[in-house]
Design a protein around this ligand. Structure first.
Ligand code: 3HC
Length: 334
C-alpha cells in the first residue's frame, strides 16, 4: 500500500526500495502492526505529522467545550445540567491526554497553545458554528460526537503508541456523549410540535458541518496517503464519511427527522447511501478562519490563557522555590 504513487505534502509516498535501511526497518515495523514508542527512531515527517494531527485534535477538544459550555446554565433540568457539565469536563480531559501524547514527540504545551492562539494550528471546523437552542446540544452529542467516534475508533489502532492508547479511553467516553445526545433528542421529539420543530431545525443546521468533520474529499486530502502508509490514519476521509452517513440516516429516521439532503438515496448495489456533496467552499472558508464563530472561539481561548497567567506564574515561582531549596539542602549535606 505504501508503494502507491500518490501526491502528498511530502511529495509522494516512497516505496520500501527507495528508503535507506533505517527508514525501511521503521516502515516494516509499521506494516507488521508494531507500535512506535516515543524514544524510538522515527522519520521526521512522521513526527511532524503526528504533532500536527494530535495537537489539532487536542485543540478541537478544548475549543469544543465552548459551544456546549454556553448551555450549562440554561439546561432544562438539573439532570441534564449535571450530564452536560460532566460531558464538557470530559472534553477538557481529552484535551489533556492528547496534549500529553503530543508532548512525547518533543513539542511543549506552550508551543502548542501559541500555535492555536496565533491561528497557525487548526482545530475542528465544527466548533465554529453557533449553538442557538437546547436542541443543538442534543444534536451535537448525537452527530458531532458520533462523527468523532467514527473517526477515532480506527485511531485506537494508530501506529504511534501514546496516541493510540489515549484514543482507547477517549472513545469510551465519546460513546457516552453520543448516547446522552440521542437520548435528549428522543425526549424532545416525543414532546410538543414546537420541540419537534426545534430538533429538525438543529438537525438541518448541523448535518452538513458534521459531514465536513471528516475532512476534504479524498482527492483534495493532502495528508491521507502518507498518513495511511504510516498507519496513523487507517481509513480515508471519504470512507469514514460514508460509514457515518450509513450509520446515522437510520437513527434520523427513528427520530422521524428528514435528512436535509435531496440527493440522499439508498444504493442497493453498494449497500450504502448515495448522498450530496458538502459545500466545500464553506468548509475551506471556515478552516481559513472565516466561519461564523472563529473569532469568538479564538478570543475566548486567548482570554482564558491571559486570565490564567497569574496562576501559571504562581506555579512556576513555587517550582523554582522548591528547586532552590533542594539545591541548598544538597549543598549543606555535602
Ligand atoms: N476541521 C479543520 N481542519 C480540517 C478538517 C476539519 N474538519 N479536516 C481537515 N482539516 C485540515 C487538515 O488539518 C489539513 O490542514 P493542515 O495541513 O493545515 O493541517 C487540511 O485540512 C487537509 O486535510 P487532510 O485530509 O489532508 O488532513 P488529515 O489527513 O490530517 O485529515 C482529519 C483530517 C481526518 C481531521 C485528521 O486530522 C484526523 O483524523 N484528526 C484526528 C481527529 C480530530 O482531530 N478530531 C477532531 C474532531 S472534534 C473532537 O474530537 C471533539 C469531540 O469531543 C467531539
Amino acid at each position: 500500500m505504501y508503494a502507491q504513487m500518490v501526491k502528498t505534502d511530502v511529495a509522494r509516498v516512497r516505496s520500501l526500495d527507495e528508503m535507506d535501511p533505517v527508514e525501511r526497518g521503521f516502515q516494516e515495523r509499521v506494516d507488521a502492526g508494531q507500535k512506535i514508542e516515543p524514544k524510538e527512531w522515527m522519520p521526521e515527517g512522521y513526527r511532524k505529522t503526528l504533532v500536527r494531527q494530535i495537537s489539532q485534535h487536542a485543540h478541537s477538544e478544548i475549543v469544543g467545550q465552548l459551544p456546549e459550555g454556553n448551555w450549562i446554565t440554561r439546561a432544562p433540568t438539573l439532570e441534564r445540567k449535571a450530564i452536560l457539565l460532566a460531558k464538557v469536563q470530559d472534553e477538557a480531559g481529552h484535551g489533556l491526554y492528547l496534549y500529553c501524547a503530543a508532548e512525547t514527540l518533543g513539542v511543549s504545551r506552550d508551543e502548542m497553545y501559541e500555535q492555536l492562539h496565533s491561528g497557525k494550528a487548526k482545530y475542528s471546523s465544527i466548533f465554529n458554528y453557533p449553538t442557538l437552542t437546547w436542541a443543538d446540544i442534543g444534536t451535537i452529542g448525537w452527530l458531532v460526537d458520533g462523527a468523532a467516534i467514527m473517526n477515532q475508533v480506527p485511531l485506537q489502532r494508530c501506529s504511534y503508541g501514546p496516541y493510540s492508547r489515549a484514543m482507547i479511553r477517549i472513545c469510551k467516553e465519546e460513546s457516552f456523549h453520543q448516547r446522552q445526545g440521542y437520548d435528549a433528542l428522543m425526549r424532545m421529539v416525543k414532546g410538543t410540535p414546537a420541540q419537534k420543530a426545534m430538533v429538525q431545525d438543529a438537525f438541518n443546521r448541523w448535518w452538513w458541518p458534521s459531514l465536513m468533520m471528516f475532512g476534504p474529499s479524498d482527492d483534495a486530502s493532502v495528508h491521507s496517503a502518507q498518513s495511511m502508509a504510516w498507519k496513523i490514519k487507517q481509513n480515508s476521509n471519504d470512507e469514514l464519511r460514508q460509514k457515518f452517513v450509513d450509520q446515522t440516516v437510520p437513527q434520523a429516521k427513528y427520530l422521524r427527522l428528514t435528512v436535509p439532503d435531496p440527493d440522499l438515496k439508498w444504493n442497493e448495489e453498494k449497500g450504502g447511501y448515495d448522498f450530496g456533496e458538502p459545500d466545500w467552499e464553506e468548509f475551506f472558508n471556515v478552516i481559513a478562519g472565516n466561519g461564523p464563530c472563529n473569532a469568538e472561539r479564538l478570543n475566548a481561548r486567548k482570554k482564558a490563557w491571559d486570565d490564567g497567567a497569574w496562576f501559571r506564574d504562581g506555579l512556576t515561582a513555587h517550582a523554582n522555590k522548591m528547586a532552590d531549596r533542594r539545591t541548598a539542602s544538597k549543598i549543606a549535606a555535602e
